[in-house]
Design a protein around this ligand. Sequence first.
Ligand code: SF4
Length: 441
Amino acid sequence: MRKKLVSLVRYAKPYESVRKAVFNCNGFSRLSPGDRVFIKPNIVFWNKNCSFPKWGVITTSRVIEDIVILLKEYGVEDITIGEGIVADPDDTETPDHAFKTLGYQTLNKRYGVKYINILKRPFKKVELGDGISLKFNEDILESDFLVDVPVLKSHNQTVVSLGIKNLKGAIDISSRKKCHSADPLQDLHFHVARLADPMPPGLTIIDGIYSLERGPGIDGQMRRTNLLVASGDILSADMVGTKILGHDPAEVGHLVRAAARAGRPVDLSDLGVVGEKIEDVASYHQYNFTYTSGESGEMPRALARQGLQGLFYRKFDHTMCTYCSRLNGVILTALRQAWQGEPWDNIEVLTGKAMEPSPGMGATVLIGQCMYRKNKDHPNIQKLFAAKRCPPDPHDIVTAFNKSGIALDSTLFEQIDKLPEFFMTRYQDDPDFDETFFRIT
Ligand code: SF4
């Protein structure tokens, strides 16, 4: 059997490194000059109100421009970059700001590349088998060739977020929420495993100039890694990317399911890796956050170390979708600030779609509409306080905690758009973290 080619290249120079990665795996073998090409970067987060660290979080503009140049040299004229940036679908300013800042406007002027906000474009319902369907952006479905450009990152819910997971940005908001299903048989991994099924033929280039530990967002640990992985086969690229991040594809639910559907092994035995050896470049990227538990509480280790007691902040699960996740970190920071050294009255905090209240708690705080609908009448709840909307309103969160007996300062939530700047301080004096990778000059 012919092995699926994956190239693994050390990033050294603009253009040349991407070119080497693409041609070492015959990445354009299914591309014709007349094709409509869709480029899908990963812009999982954006904030127009302050600077924030992008390394390992967002696809570099350096790699995007190099891909565009290669496509143009190949004779391709019709190129579209598309992303559905996580934001309020009615907020067009944030995606506009992202595309402009990342230099996509310059790519338009220089090479005639179009760029689109997927959330403002039509979607088409696609049946994915076993009774599930998701709505995909029509532009990507109708293109002839997809260049999928994820970032080399670990992910706190899916272990890794690479080529297949990057396609979650090509579905509409309700489909994204649906992926975080509470059904244990049709869970997040089950849905993610099928995201590549309706895609046109293409090429996956994993941008590993920077990589991310405990991704997918800006609170993860960023690293300068200088690697590129490319393959005409998305699953093969993802399996190699997973090994580079120090994980076994056999432990990544969506890769196991995608491989089973394709009748393929997950041990890389049907791959041929060209270039660097995986074992020479792999480094372990932790994906998970550690929580501690005991009689006096359950919470992230950082909170337990600080000495917080009487708080049972249950560890997030697969069912919590991005819009609740974004607030989770802010709530935890606010709790650390609220701690005055006196144990709280066993306050349990529940998130996502599946958690159930424990007996014996002093009060229960439910975050989001899913939790409220599921548990509002639960007999284990003594005192109920909830942020009932989807996504939860920060003001409602503060009110719910205050009523439960934990005095949260609302300032943090009021300044939520300025918080990302705090994470910049971790990298500001390190020359490895170069902002120019996210500009087109
Ligand atoms: S309430 Fe939270 S978990 Fe539920 S659908 Fe909305 S964002 Fe997702």
